[in-house]
Ligand binder design. Structure first.
Ligand code: PLP
Length: 412
């Protein structure tokens, strides 16, 4: 009897593409095995105000949001969003260059032009996409991007997407920037990328010196003011305004997810050819436009921030009090003096940092536990970001919580 030969194929074992993340999985498992609450899985079951929420079942003071100006619960901001949702529906279902530009997309861009007193404004779905889009579109193959080594991930990703030559320089080091600029071949396109406030340590860039050096060396300048918009500078335009160089900066990048209190990103500029970017910037063209409610809320918030002088003064007061209090308790801080609404408390290591984070949460305080690759120099930080709506009493309560938790964990 003839037997039919059947061919069997043995499936090759696939290379597990997630295997490269094993060290991260192990670090996380070790951390949770020690019994701490998961610092990266916090749930806000109820948000009571810009400064209070029920987190993991507890009434908690929020000291780790980017809600610097407390606009998330502003009555006018909420009303504008509700009305736009009623009038225009829940979403846009399309790109800005097709069916996704509604009345309020135009209006929020007008609000940005008013806020910055600049000629052009372009809104993206997030600040991440604004950096990705603008940087990759401005600087391509053969161009040079000279950036601070501590730049945000979205800046690095924008550089990678555009395929320009990336030249990093030491954080906030004016001489290092100049040296790098001088080594770039004559005639090459050059974009210097800086941030106003660096979000991990809360320190401010010496923009006055840096912008002037960039200009002397024939570079265009882009400044990401994500963490300074609304708060720093006389009109809240950011560190470039505060240091008197706003008119020399070619492109300002910002986000609505911080002081504005909504979501979205933007670029403003006086460059006469700026509008062409709407046609060539892929992260602007190939994604859906933000919902009209978000746009209406954002426009209202931006216009209110133009008159936020009192709130700015109170936020500075909060920042100074918390910085002085934490320093007085013996914590090691990211900056010698308060420079922004962010105060970074340096932890000895990840384990102590996670224990301190949890002790604070049990006290009723939420801060950000930040670790590499987000932080510089391998540091573990407890990042505190203040809000203009924190009361003076809340700041004192926060200091008491830090004192008790710090003593219990043995950090102070
Ligand atoms: C400096 C900087 N740029 C851009 C962004 C991205 O902003 P968004 O949250 O709108 O994507 C962030 C976010 O934290 C940031 O810190």
């Amino acid at each position: 009897m003839a037997t039919a030969m059947t061919e069997t194929t043995t499936a090759a074992e696939p290379v597990d593409l997630l295997a490269k993340f094993d060290p991260i999985i192990q670090t996380r498992e070790a951390l949770l095995a020690a019994g701490v609450e998961d610092p990266f899985n916090l749930v806000m079951e109820q948000v009571l105000s810009p400064t209070r929420a029920i987190c993991n079942g507890r009434d908690t003071i929020l000291l780790g949001t980017y809600n610097y100006m407390g606009m998330t619960f502003d009555d006018d901001v909420i009303a504008a969003g509700k009305q736009a949702m009623e009038d225009f529906g829940a979403g846009t279902t399309g790109s800005r260059v097709l069916n996704g530009t509604f009345r309020d997309h135009r209006d929020v861009e007008a609000a940005l032009r008013e806020f910055y007193a600049m000629d052009h404004a372009m809104v993206f779905s997030t600040g991440y996409q604004a950096n990705l889009g603008i940087i990759s579109t401005l600087a391509g193959k053969g161009d040079y991007i000279i950036l601070d080594i501590d730049s945000h991930a979205s800046i690095y990703d924008g550089c990678a997407m555009g395929k320009a030559e990336v030249v990093p320089f030491k954080h906030n080091d004016v001489e290092a920037l100049e040296k790098r600029l001088k080594r770039i071949p004559e005639g090459a396109g050059k974009l210097v990328v800086l941030e106003g406030v660096y979000s991990m340590m809360g320190d401010v860039a010496p923009l006055k010196e840096m912008v002037s050096i960039a200009k002397e060396n024939g570079a265009m300048v882009l400044v990401d003011e994500a963490h300074s918009m609304g708060f720093i500078g006389e009109h809240g335009r950011g560190v470039a305004e505060e240091q008197g160089v706003l008119d020399q900066v070619d492109f300002i990048i910002g986000t609505f997810s911080k002081s504005v209190g909504t979501v979205g990103g933007f670029c403003v500029s006086n460059h006469p050819k700026f509008e062409v970017l709407r046609l060539v910037c892929r992260p602007y063209v190939f994604t859906a436009a933000l919902p009209p409610a978000v746009m209406a809320s954002s426009a209202t918030s931006i216009r209110k921030l133009m008159h936020g002088g009192n709130k700015r003064a109170h936020l500075w007061e909060n920042s100074r009090t918390l910085h002085k209090g934490l320093k007085g308790l013996g914590f090691q801080l990211g900056t010698e003096t308060p420079q922004s609404a962010i105060i970074a408390v340096i932890m000895p290591d990840l384990e102590k940092g996670a224990m301190m984070w949890e002790a604070l949460l049990k006290e009723g305080l939420y801060v950000n536990l930040a670790r590499p690759p987000a932080t510089p120099a391998g540091m573990t930080l407890l990042r505190c970001s203040l809000c203009a709506e924190h009361t003076a009493d809340q700041v004192q309560t926060i200091l008491g919580m830090f004192e008790r938790a710090g003593r219990a964990i043995g950090i102070i």
